[in-house]
Design a protein around this ligand. Sequence first.
Ligand SMILES: Cc1cc2nc3c(=O)[nH]c(=O)nc-3n(C[C@H](O)[C@H](O)[C@H](O)COP(=O)(O)OP(=O)(O)OC[C@H]3O[C@@H](n4cnc5c(N)ncnc54)[C@H](O)[C@@H]3O)c2cc1C
Length: 400
Amino acid sequence: MSVNRRDFCTFGKVEKEKVYDFIFAGAGAATLQIVQKLTQSSAFAKADILILEQDPDKQNDRTWCFWEKEGRHDWAPYIQKTWNHIHFFAPNFKLHNALSPFAYNMIRSNSYYAAMHAFMQQHPHIKIKYEKVETYAETAHEVVVTSSQKSYKSRYFFNSILDWSSLTNQKRYPVLQQHFVGWFIKTTAPVFDAQTATFMDFDIPQYGNTRFMYVLPFNEREALVEYTLFSKDRLKPASYAREIRAYLTKKNIRNYEITETEIGSIPMSSYPFSSHNSKRILHIGSAGGWTKPSTGFTFKFIERKAAQLIPFLEKQTDMRLFDQKTRFWWYDLLFLDVLARHNHLGSMLFTRMFKRNRMTTILRFLDEKTTFKEEVAIMRSFPVGLFVAQVMRRLMRSFH
Ligand SMILES: Cc1cc2nc3c(=O)[nH]c(=O)nc-3n(C[C@H](O)[C@H](O)[C@H](O)COP(=O)(O)OP(=O)(O)OC[C@H]3O[C@@H](n4cnc5c(N)ncnc54)[C@H](O)[C@@H]3O)c2cc1C
């Protein structure tokens, strides 16, 4: 759903005279990480914060996985499983790699939400209200945010509500989704290698798209098996289920129960979400374009942006200056241009990248931490003609 930006007019009951320092729309990963960082900073430790969240019953609505250097402890209290090895499969290609110096970690969202709610209860200057944000408007000195119940004022407004219509109402930037259905299964026999996560298994029918299995084993009998696509349109629910079942049969896993299901769709686009920022309004999380367009990974990018935001707020008052384009934005744009045009080639493109580069370099590349020289080496893994043609198309488009 989308929230309307609108010109200022008083609407509903305005909370009496109170002007918050920050209002956040949504209490998801981005809001919670930023609020925690604000509270830990000396400049904003006592800032008046209001969070408006539409869902009073947010639970285990997602698993967040990310890699980071082994031995980092920031997320340790919430991490439920760590893998030190990764599988990548494609037809006629198998990779089993140690991840060191990285580790692949998983957090289930309920543990983080619960910890953050306890954290907020210890900070009376942070309020959370379960109200749906309907509109917001900026004036010269504040932002007025209107929920289903009331209007509130704040100096700054951070919005984490993703407006899909801004993506779908434009043609300049391709829009794919990382969409998936995952089954948490429990098998009767020990079948999984609990030390190894399957990052991508392309050895499944592609049906003209980019489709793979993502498998996170928690122990020898339990795993999350997720059927994932990088494509324009979601499938019917029965199609995801059919492919997971077929995959399990192919792996000779026949006796299992499904204990939970995870369903999701993450935007994959280089659309400049930050163009919606204004002096006092910053879009954050997926709504701010903090999702890596070519992979859908977001959690660690939120962490990085949240860390950058605190020193930024200490010095700047104009939120339009926060997000800056880097060369990685261009790489993602080109990659998605190619993937949107030739969606069936995803398996080949990812396979070439994993075949021809070291795992640690790939992870640093996806983290946007490589040198230009390393990036050139990665790009040389791909068919040059495909990308040159796409660069030409982009250039032609910018002249028209
Ligand atoms: C199932 C799933 C699994 C994922 N797994 C990974 C992963 O493994 N690794 C990774 O890096 N990324 C992952 N992601 C992507 C990304 O990390 C998450 O989507 C992350 O939660 C994004 O944080 P956010 O704050 O931008 O949005 P959200 O966490 O979605 O928060 C937005 C909040 O806004 C609330 N809201 C919406 N509309 C309104 C309204 N009108 N008024 C008030 N509140 C509203 C929602 O209820 C929600 O709580 C996953 C996403 C999904 C959906």
